[in-house]
Design a protein around this ligand. Sequence first.
Ligand code: PMP
Length: 429
Amino acid sequence: MTPEVQALLDRRARLLGPNLPTFYDEPVHLVRGQGVHLWDAEGRRYLDCYNNVPHVGHCHPRVVEAIADQAATLNTHTRYLHETLLDYVEALTATFAAPLDTAILTCTGSEANDIALRMAQAVTGHTGVIATDHTYHGNTMAVSQLSRTNPPPGGTWDSLAFVPAPDSYRQPDAAAHAAGFAQAVQDRIDALAERGHGLSCLILCPYFANEGFPALEAGWLDPAIAAVRKAGGIVIADEVQPGFGRLGTHFWGHQRAGIAPDVVTLGKPMANGHPVGGVVTRPEIMAAFRERFRYFNTFGGNPVSAAAALATLRVVQEDGLMENARIVGEHAREGLRRLAERHASIGDVRGSGLFFGAELVLDRAARTPATAFARRVANAMRDRGVLLNFLGIHYNVLKIRPPLPFSRGNADEMLDTLDRVLTETPLEP
Ligand code: PMP
């Protein structure tokens, strides 16, 4: 680690407090980004294979210009009238199937999920929530309760119940896997009823991103969702990670999963780095929420945020970035499958569009997670100038999720580097 990086880490700890997450054993000190590339303070260039926030590429000129123009004209809170917010919500909801055609804009995905939970309370009159046991939905007091990996002091609220996260790699019988998931949901519905909470909602990422994006066919969730609907609950799809065309085949993860959620929450890529999140729902759920809770968000959907989000959406649509995600993602997964022929550590290759990866194992037959190895691989990739990371139930799945203008050439560079790193890194626990 250079003395400059160590000094920054020390300063962060002193000013911001301890236990702050950073990526990689040697954190990267970034000073500039353009397209799919990033540069550190020493002038070293990195290929960004990880960041979904700069959805249409780092510092995309059209988004930068929209932010700068609007910031130079007017920025104020949201109790005045302004067309750009309405133009954006019209353009956004046009990407959803009816009747999902009303929206609230927030500043983060956490807020969006918090609102979604309150919408579920408003329409059902109940408080019970079901989520998977390896998810992350954000950091407000309510949604942080849904992260099993970070249990709150005093224990998790009694109104929450968790089902085991899907794992397609270790449960290859898709029908039995889906039935097992639905049965677990039903058991939690019964438990919440017994505990006096009733069911307000099932909240999930339709791509199960944090769970390691298991390969699940469209319709896999149908039995679980039928159980939720029968119990009077609603379905919330957290699209913070898979949304906005990243999956290549569909604009939204829930469309790819073949489900029709009642509420959809949005964040990260929505305005290419400008802090914008959102909640999309049916008019009657919006009305129930607005009548039950008087809701106002000072910054959510302000003129600059709306302009940034509108420019980002337009670039995705006009530059054909969803189609690029489909083509380049397919090319990259073919490359990963070829690497798997030579590297026994690659147990599974999966994903969709430009959200994909490889599950790394110590032993293919036993499917033993190579957790420490995955970490070493991510660090070695970083040292060779390619940024990616790892996640999943066992934290052994390489997570590759670049800005959408990622090209075949970029994918080949990532694959060549991975080939070398997998060759050089000993496959040890
Ligand atoms: N939901 C999911 C699935 C996420 O991955 C995240 C952020 N990692 C959030 C919600 C929270 O978003 P934010 O950090 O903008 O509050």
